[in-house]
Design a protein around this ligand. Structure first.
Ligand code: GLA
Length: 385
């Protein structure tokens, strides 16, 4: 077990008993690039996770050990500085935010590691941020409520790492619930649970194996483009605060006034918000076929209008389209690489995986990794046994 390896390494390095915390990755069924537009998202926490073994110290020193990279880093709570090493920034960013809340924090010893693939769009970064925030809250008894943990973990990424991400990943990491997807209203920050317990269907991720370096700069760029769209529409419609408030009819009135690229970005987001609502109706009716059709439409929008897909993702989705046992497929997460998410009938998963792997290998000479995920709980303290 991965948690055992993390604990063993902790004991070897620090010779004491740690607190053990499990912090999961996530999938998102539909509602992509809507969170920072105050729309809705439909993610779930999954069975892949990062495990933290952690204990408090009496001084200001923080000792980090990243098991998967076999790499260590030390810093002091009193002097947090961005490092080119990159991975420690996700953790220092969390310490930075906790201090900014006015909490009194001492140092800590920490070993972490897990099986969320990095750069695959399953949100390993949010698992690190929210997982550490949760763990520090616990060992130092800071009394920070769940939603504040989510917000500070998101801010850690915005301010210390420099990616202007929305709130979805950190939110689902903390609030995820086994057997359920969450519909999060990214404006009010309220949520509803939707049971996702289809016995015959698997949530399968196909990993392109690529993660294009454009990802974070283009992500920040998309956010700006959405803001530009809102600014123009707002001039005539005072009540508009974000793309959440814009209807397709209203947007169409701006077709000639908005730059065509900005128009397409806004169109995607407005349509995705509508699709999201239809998708929840389909879930209420247990109609996964309609749900899957909406997923394909999302992919089309992300690829053509929002332009955050890439040829590898497009190909993986295309390969599923004539297969009636695949209900839906689309790229997942920020884009420019990572995984596609697919709803596939259990009985054809192996065969589909085989065919797609062969074709993908032929075209890109990359071995396709496949993950069959199940929906688990959000971040929690683990039982010692
Ligand atoms: C990344 C971000 C999220 C969200 C998705 C796209 O995962 O961290 O906040 O914007 O991309 O839906």
């Amino acid at each position: 077990m991965l948690s055992k390896l993390v604990t063993q390494k902790f004991q070897e390095l620090f010779n004491e008993k740690p607190l053990l915390v499990r912090s999961p990755g996530r999938v998102n069924l539909i509602g992509e690039h809507t969170d920072y537009n105050e729309g809705f998202v439909l993610p779930a926490a999954i069975d892949k996770a990062i495990y933290f073994a952690i204990s408090p110290r009496n001084d200001e020193k923080c000792n980090l050990f990243a098991l998967d990279m076999n790499d260590s880093f030390q810093f002091s709570v009193n002097s947090l500085q961005f490092t080119e090493k990159h991975w420690p920034n996700y953790l220092m960013g969390v310490v930075d935010q906790i201090l900014k809340l006015g909490c009194n924090l001492k140092g800590f010893n920490c070993v972490f590691g897990g099986d969320i693939p990095i750069g695959a769009g399953m949100s390993s970064s949010a698992a690190i941020e929210a997982g550490l925030a949760f763990a520090l809250n616990h060992i130092y008894n800071l009394g920070i409520d769940k939603l504040s943990l989510v917000k500070l973990a998101q801010k850690a990424e915005n301010e210390f790492v420099g990616v202007n991400c929305g709130i979805m990943d950190q939110y689902i990491n903390i609030f995820g619930k086994s057997g359920n997807v969450l519909r999060i209203d990214c404006r009010s920050l309220e949520y509803d649970y939707f049971p996702f317990d289809y016995k015959d269907i698997s949530i399968v991720l196909f990993d392109t194996g690529v993660s294009h370096s454009l990802a974070s700069s283009e992500y920040n760029q998309r956010r700006k483009e959405c803001t530009l769209g809102v600014e123009l529409i707002k001039k005539d419609h005072n009540q508009i605060k974000s793309l959440r408030d814009v209807t397709l009819t209203m947007l169409n009135g701006y077709k000639n006034k908005l730059d065509s690229k900005i128009f397409r970005r806004c169109k995607y987001v407005v349509e995705e918000n509508d699709r999201m609502m239809k998708a929840c109706e389909s879930l209420n009716k247990k109609d996964l076929k309609s749900f899957g059709t909406l997923m394909y439409q999302t992919h089309e929008g992300l690829s053509k209008d929002y332009e955050v897909s890439c040829k590898e993702l497009d190909y993986l989705v295309e390969l599923t389209t004539n297969n009636p046992g695949v209900y839906g497929a689309r790229m997942m997460g920020g884009g420019f690489g990572g995984c596609t998410i697919n709803l596939i009938e259990n009985k054809i998963v192996d065969e589909t995986k085989k065919i797609i792997s062969e074709k993908y290998k032929q075209k890109f000479n990359i071995d396709l990794k496949t993950y069959i995920t199940s929906i688990g709980n959000g971040t929690s303290v683990m039982d010692e046994n």
